[in-house]
Design a protein around this ligand. Structure first.
Ligand SMILES: *[C@@H]1O[C@H](CO)[C@@H](O)[C@H](O)[C@H]1NC(C)=O
Ligand SMILES: *[C@@H]1O[C@H](CO)[C@@H](O)[C@H](O)[C@H]1NC(C)=O
Length: 458
C-alpha cells in the first residue's frame, strides 16, 4: 500500500468515526426528547383527559368475527332477554359460563351460547334459571348457563341467541358478544373491600356522595363499583375525580334504548313499571361476580347507608373478629337503623361554611335515630365473601355455599340517613346517637379537599 492510499484510508476512517459519533449524539437527544414527551403526555392524561380516550371507545372490536361489547346491556335476538355480564363458574363439578341477564319471566325460549374458543366458534346449548326474587315485576334476573366443552380451553367471549344452529353448527342472529370474565380462579385479591352501588339514577346529592366515598375509605374500602344510569354534571365531576384515582369503577347502566320500563320503587302497586327498582338486583348480582376474584369481601349497600362498627375502628378490624366468632360463613348481615333527614342538628363544628354551597345531605348533621319496630322485619345489608355466593338480592343472599349470619347490633349496624314520613317518625321513640361523629375529625378535612379538587371554585 502506498502512502496516498494509506492517507485516504485514514481519512475515510476518521470521517466514519465523526459520522457515527454525530449519529450517536443525535440518538441520545431523540431519546431524551422522547422520555420528556412521554412524561408530559402521561401527566397530561392523568390531569385533564378522560380515562378512556374516545378513539379507544369507538374502535369496534371483534372476536371470532362477532362484534364485542364490553358494557352491559346486550339484547338477545328478538327476545325480551338482555345480557349483563358473563363469568366462568369455577365452583361446580364442570366448568361453566354463567351469564347474568334481565329476562321477561313469562317468555319461554331455548337458549344457545356461542363461545369464541381460540378463534373458533363453538355452539353449545344453554339453560336458564330465573331468580325467585323479582317482587312480582314482569322482568326479573336470570342466569343463563352453558357448559364449556373440554376442547375449549379458553372461552374468551360469549354470545347468546335463541335461534337453533345452522347446518354448519354456527348460530344465527347474534348482535354482539361479551368478554367472559373470571377466567382464573384466583386466591389472592388486589382489594380487601369493594362496595357495590346499584343503581345511580338521576342522582344529585353531591355532599352525600363525597362523604360516602370518604367514609368508605376511612372504613377500609379500596374500590367502589357504581352502576350508573344518570346524574347531574356536578356528580359527574366527583365521579370523574374518583375514577381518575382508580377508586371508582363506573359500569354504564342504560336501559333506555331497550323496551323495558323500570320502576322507581320496589313495590309494583306504588311504582309502576316492569322491572324492580331500576334493575337493582341484576346489577348487584353482576357486581358480586365481577369482583369475585378481585376482592376479599363485597359490600352490597346504597350511598345513604353506612355500616359502622361499634367497638372496632374500621372493617379490616371488624371482619376478622366476626370471622373468628362465626365459622364457615358466607357473609354478615347488618341491621338497618333510620336517621330521619327531617331531624337535624347543625352545630358549626360539623357543618363547615364551605360545605353550605354544596348540594346534598350532610350526614354529620343527623344524630337522631328512631327505634325499629319490633314487630316488623328490619332491613339488613350484607358484607359477603363473593366466592360463597351464587345469587344475591337487595337485602342479602338468595343462594350461597355458606349461609349469612345476623351480626349483633352492639358489634356493628347500619346508619341509614333518609327521609321518613312524619307519621312513622311520630310513632317511634327517638334516640340520640352521635357515633358517626367519632369519624368527623378524619372526615371533614378530606371532604373539603375533594370538593375543592373535584368541583374547583364551587
Ligand atoms: C362465528 O359465528 C358468527 C355467527 O354465526 C359468524 O358471524 C362468524 O363469522 C363466525 N366466525 C367464524 C370465525 O367462523
Ligand atoms: C314494548 O313492551 C311492551 C310491554 O312489554 C309491549 O307491549 C310492546 O309491544 C313492546 N314494543 C316493542 C316495540 O317491542
Amino acid at each position: 500500500m502506498d502512502a496516498r492510499a494509506l492517507r485516504r484510508a485514514e481519512e475515510a476512517s476518521s470521517k466514519h468515526w465523526t459520522l457515527s459519533r454525530t449519529f450517536f449524539i443525535l440518538l441520545i437527544v431523540i431519546l431524551i426528547i422522547y422520555i420528556i414527551y412521554i412524561y408530559i403526555a402521561q401527566k397530561d392524561v392523568y390531569k385533564y383527559k378522560p380515562i378512556y380516550p374516545h378513539w379507544k371507545k369507538k374502535q369496534p372490536a371483534f372476536a371470532c368475527g362477532v362484534t364485542v361489547q364490553n358494557d352491559p346491556i346486550i339484547k338477545v335476538n328478538n327476545l325480551k332477554t338482555y345480557m349483563i355480564g358473563s363469568y366462568i363458574e369455577h365452583r361446580k363439578e364442570v366448568k361453566m359460563i354463567r351469564t347474568i341477564t334481565i329476562m321477561f319471566r313469562s317468555e319461554n325460549a331455548e337458549y344457545h351460547c356461542l363461545l369464541c374458543c381460540n378463534g373458533q366458534n363453538v355452539s353449545v346449548p344453554a339453560t336458564r334459571d330465573i331468580h325467585s326474587d323479582h317482587f312480582g315485576f314482569e322482568y326479573g334476573t336470570a342466569d343463563i348457563t352453558c357448559k364449556v366443552p373440554e376442547t375449549c380451553t379458553k372461552p374468551t367471549h360469549v354470545a347468546i341467541t335463541s335461534r337453533s344452529p345452522k347446518e354448519d353448527g354456527s348460530l344465527q342472529d347474534i348482535r354482539a358478544s361479551q368478554p367472559v370474565r373470571n377466567q382464573e380462579e384466583k386466591k389472592d385479591f388486589p382489594y380487601d373491600f369493594t362496595v357495590c352501588i346499584s343503581v345511580m339514577y338521576d342522582y344529585d346529592n353531591v355532599l352525600e356522595l363525597v362523604q360516602a366515598m370518604e367514609m368508605f375509605k376511612i372504613l377500609g374500602v379500596q374500590k367502589v363499583a357504581i352502576y350508573k344510569t344518570s346524574c347531574t354534571p356536578d356528580i359527574q365531576k366527583v365521579l370523574d375525580y374518583y375514577v381518575r384515582q382508580n377508586f371508582v369503577e363506573i359500569i354504564p347502566w342504560n336501559l333506555s334504548p331497550h323496551n323495558i320500563t323500570v320502576s322507581r320503587g320496589w313495590k309494583k302497586s306504588d311504582s309502576p313499571g316492569e322491572l324492580h327498582y331500576f334493575g337493582q338486583i341484576p346489577a348487584l348480582n353482576d357486581c358480586v361476580y365481577r369482583y369475585m376474584y378481585q376482592s376479599h369481601y363485597v359490600v352490597l349497600q346504597d350511598l345513604d347507608e353506612l355500616i359502622l362498627p361499634m367497638k372496632s375502628k374500621n372493617w379490616p378490624e371488624l371482619l376478622p373478629k366476626l370471622e373468628r366468632q362465626y365459622n364457615q360463613i358466607g357473609g354478615f348481615e347488618f341491621e338497618n337503623h333510620y336517621f330521619p333527614l327531617s331531624i337535624k342538628d347543625s352545630s358549626a363544628k360539623y357543618s363547615p361554611d364551605s360545605w353550605k354551597k354544596v348540594r346534598g345531605v350532610n350526614i354529620l348533621e343527623h344524630i337522631t335515630r328512631i327505634s325499629n319496630d319490633p314487630n316488623q322485619f328490619n332491613n339488613i345489608k350484607v358484607i359477603v365473601n363473593p366466592r360463597f355466593v351464587f345469587k344475591a338480592t337487595v337485602h342479602g343472599i338468595l343462594e350461597s355455599i355458606h349461609r349469612t349470619v345476623r351480626v349483633d347490633r352492639d358489634i356493628a349496624h347500619m346508619y341509614h340517613m333518609r327521609s321518613i314520613p312524619n307519621e312513622i317518625v311520630a310513632k317511634r321513640s327517638q334516640i340520640r346517637d352521635t357515633h358517626l361523629r367519632d369519624y368527623a375529625k378524619s372526615l371533614i378535612p378530606v371532604v373539603s379537599k375533594v370538593l375543592e379538587e373535584a368541583l374547583g371554585n364551587y
